[in-house]
Design a protein around this ligand. Sequence first.
Ligand SMILES: N[C@@H](CCC(=O)N[C@@H](CS)C(=O)NCC(=O)O)C(=O)O
Length: 202
Amino acid sequence: MKLYYTPGACSMAVHIVLREAGLPFELEKVDLRSKRTQGGEDYAQINPKGYVPALRLDDGSVLTEVGVCVQYVADLAPQTDLAPVAGTMARYRLMEWLNFISTEIHKTFGPLFDPSASAELRQRQIGLLGKRFGYLAERLTQREFLMGDPFTAADAYLFTVLNWTHVVKMDTTAWPALQAYVKRVADRPAVREVMKTEGLIK
Ligand SMILES: N[C@@H](CCC(=O)N[C@@H](CS)C(=O)NCC(=O)O)C(=O)O
């Protein structure tokens, strides 16, 4: 398998699940401005949607969308419990989290990365994120990880997007449970390894 990624982007969720799963994989960095890979390929030929992540599977086909890629990888390593067995209620709970993270958190950050966004829009997005963070913090005071214990693919995705609060300089001190959760995930050996590889920590 080969993961097309950009350091610190949502592709990091797939990278974390690959490391947590202990599966062999290759990495290829994508420059999102030029839309070229580190190896010089035209990224539009790999993922015509133009964004990361993309996962080249061993049969040569390409899988996209964070919430799907993380489940695909997790299912290759069922012993790790990164995703509950397909068809169970627990699996639907995982999908519920993945969808929430994608639509309510990941995409809400978008305008905060846009230098042309107005101050009003930024405030609106920060307010929306604050509401979601309040909900998450309440859940995470009662449990170690989103699904309780163990760590799952949803935690890999949530950690990845919460890491953007540093990038956009959003103050999270109002949600200590969320800060404790981020630290808990950041301290996992696989997560540290991913962050080192992506150049986010030394
Ligand atoms: N729906 C996609 C969204 C992926 C996405 O937003 N990727 C961002 C990085 S976090 C990106 O590559 N943006 C560059 C672009 O859209 O040109 C998914 O879930 O994978």
